[in-house]
Design a protein around this ligand. Structure first.
Ligand code: 9D3
Length: 255
C-alpha cells in the first residue's frame, strides 16, 4: 500500500516510520510513504499556513489553499483511489477493527492538523473520515497519524516475521494479552511462574488464557462484556476471581 501524509512536521512522521519493524518494512518496500508539507505550497512571502478565525476567539486556523494544493499534489502521484483521513480530536475513536479496514486499502492519505484546527470547508470536500486516538489533547495530528501508520503497516503481508504475532495480539480475540517472562528463572524481583517451566503445553495454554481473562476483567471490563465466553473461559475466570478475592482477603503482602 501507499501512504501519503500532509503535515507541517514531516520529520515527526519520518522518525516514527523509520524505526523498528515499520522502518524495516519501509526499507524492504512493503509499503510506500511520502510526506507533503503545506508550507511548500504557499504563495505569499511569509509562507503562511494559518490565519485568525472568523467570528473571533483564541488560536489560529489552518488556511485551505496550501492544504488543497498539497492534497492535490499527493493525489496526482499515482492513479489509484485514495482514502483520506483527517486526524482530529473530534473524530471517531480508532479501533483495531478500523485499522484492519484501512490496512486493506491501496492508498491512504493522512491529513494532520495543527493550531486550533482546519477550515471546515476543506474537511467537507476533501476528507472521507475523521479519526481520533481518544479523549485527551495532543498538540497536532502527527502522533495520531504515526499511530495509524504503525498499526496499519503491522498488518501488511511480510511485516512481522512470526505469522502468529499479529493474530495473537491483544484485541484480536477481544482480550488483553497474557504476561510474559524470560531469563532469569529466579530473581530478587520474583520467580517465573512454575507452570511456564513445566513443559506441559496444555497447562501453559490454560494458565495464559486464565491470565488474559483475569486481567481483562480487572482492567477492561468493557472489553470483557463484548466477549462470548465458552465453558472453559467461564471456569478459568471464576478461578481467577476466587484467587484474586482470597488474596485481597488475606491482605496485601505482609511477609
Ligand atoms: C485545546 C484545544 N482544543 C480546544 C478546546 C481543541 C483542539 C484542537 C486541536 C485540541 C487538540 C488539537 C490537536 N489534536 C489533534 O490534532 C488530534 C488528536 C487529539 O488531540 N487527541 C486525540 N486524538 C487526536 S487525532 C488528532
Amino acid at each position: 500500500m501507499r501512504i501519503d501524509v500532509i503535515t507541517l512536521f514531516p520529520e515527526l512522521i519520518r522518525q516514527c516510520a523509520e524505526a523498528g519493524v515499520i522502518g524495516k518494512a519501509l526499507r524492504r518496500g512493503l509499503f510506500d510513504l511520502a510526506t507533503w508539507n503545506p508550507r511548500d505550497f504557499t504563495e505569499d512571502i511569509y509562507r503562511s499556513v494559518d490565519d485568525r478565525p472568523f467570528g473571533g476567539g483564541p488560536g489560529m486556523v489552518m488556511i485551505m489553499a496550501p492544504l488543497r494544493a498539497a492534497i492535490a499534489a499527493a493525489k496526482a502521484v499515482v492513479d489509484k483511489p485514495v482514502h483520506t483521513v483527517f486526524l482530529s480530536p473530534k473524530g471517531v475513536r480508532l479501533t483495531q477493527r478500523k485499522v484492519e479496514k484501512l490496512a486493506g486499502l491501496p492508498r491512504l492519505l493522512l491529513l494532520c492538523g495543527r493550531y486550533e484546527g482546519v477550515d471546515e470547508r476543506l474537511l467537507e470536500h476533501e476528507v472521507d473520515e475523521q479519526i481520533s486516538l481518544g479523549d485527551f489533547v495532543l498538540s497536532g495530528g502527527e502522533l495520531a497519524a504515526a499511530a495509524v501508520i504503525d498499526a496499519v503497516v503491522r498488518l501488511q503481508e511480510g511485516t512481522l516475521n512470526h505469522v502468529q504475532s499479529a493474530a495473537q495480539d491483544s484485541f484480536s480475540d477481544g482480550l488483553l494479552d497474557c504476561p510474559h517472562y524470560t531469563r532469569p528463572e529466579k530473581d530478587a524481583l520474583g520467580d517465573v511462574p512454575e507452570v511456564l517451566l513445566s513443559g506441559d503445553h496444555a497447562a501453559i495454554r490454560r494458565w495464559r488464557r486464565k491470565q488474559s481473562l483475569g486481567r481483562t476483567w480487572q482492567q477492561r471490563p468493557d472489553l470483557l462484556a463484548q466477549c462470548l465466553l465458552d465453558a472453559e473461559a467461564r471456569m478459568l475466570l471464576e478461578e481467577y476471581r476466587r484467587e484474586f478475592l482470597a488474596a485481597a482477603q488475606s491482605g496485601p503482602d505482609r511477609a
